[in-house]
Design a protein around this ligand. Structure first.
Ligand code: GRF
Length: 190
């Protein structure tokens, strides 16, 4: 089976990008990161891409979707990987790569969609939360769930300690979920 070409979209620190990068280096994820794109010029994800010598691009908001689609196609990307990407993608964008855009979200979807999902879980007195990898559709945080990891909310947890443990799970989950999904869709094609 051919290794998928990945295009990473991120707006933040880039810790999930880093986890995917290291999983590839260690041959746990058989894929190739073709490029990293951000809508935030100073985002950590672009600095990490520079450090790892991965082609990286800042695209400003006005032209974001058209230029991003052009770059992803130019780099022959198979899977678009949202890793801390904070913009909502249009239906046109999603339909350009149907079932080929994945996202990681810091809750056990379908619970707690949207922003600061770990804080929503913490505030609502849940006993556990976690993280979810799902297919991106035009409805926010609503596509098919591919994989989840559970995290117990401890009585002594602060919002910050809880989120830190969720992030640790995210970093393990995302590379595995990408590998498994690629195998699944290639199996179906055969
Ligand atoms: C992660 O918690 C992810 O679940 C959410 O955004 C955060 C990104 O963090 N979608 P990073 O930029 O990968 O460090």
């Amino acid at each position: 089976m051919r290794r998928p070409f990945l295009g990473i979209l991120g707006s933040g620190k880039g810790s999930n990008f880093e986890a995917i990068y290291h999983a590839i280096q260690q041959n746990q994820l058989k894929a190739e990161i073709k490029l990293v794109i951000s809508d935030i010029a100073e985002a950590g994800v672009l600095q990490k891409a520079k450090q790892f010598q991965v082609p990286h691009f800042f695209i400003n908001r006005e032209k974001f979707e058209t230029e991003t689609i052009a770059l992803l196609k130019q780099h022959q990307v198979d899977l678009v990987i949202l890793a801390g990407f904070m913009r909502i993608l249009s239906a046109d964008f999603v339909n350009t790569f149907p079932n080929h855009i994945l996202n990681i979200h810091p809750s056990l979807l379908p619970k707690f969609r949207g922003k600061k999902a770990w804080e929503q879980a913490w505030q609502s007195g849940e006993k556990e939360t976690g993280c979810t990898v799902h297919i991106v559709t035009k409805e926010l945080d609503s596509g098919t769930i591919l994989a989840q990891r559970r995290v117990t909310i401890l009585p002594q947890d602060s919002v910050e300690t809880l989120y830190e443990r969720i992030r640790q799970q995210e970093h393990q989950l995302y590379p595995v979920a990408i590998q498994t999904y690629w195998e699944q869709i290639n199996c179906l094609r055969r």
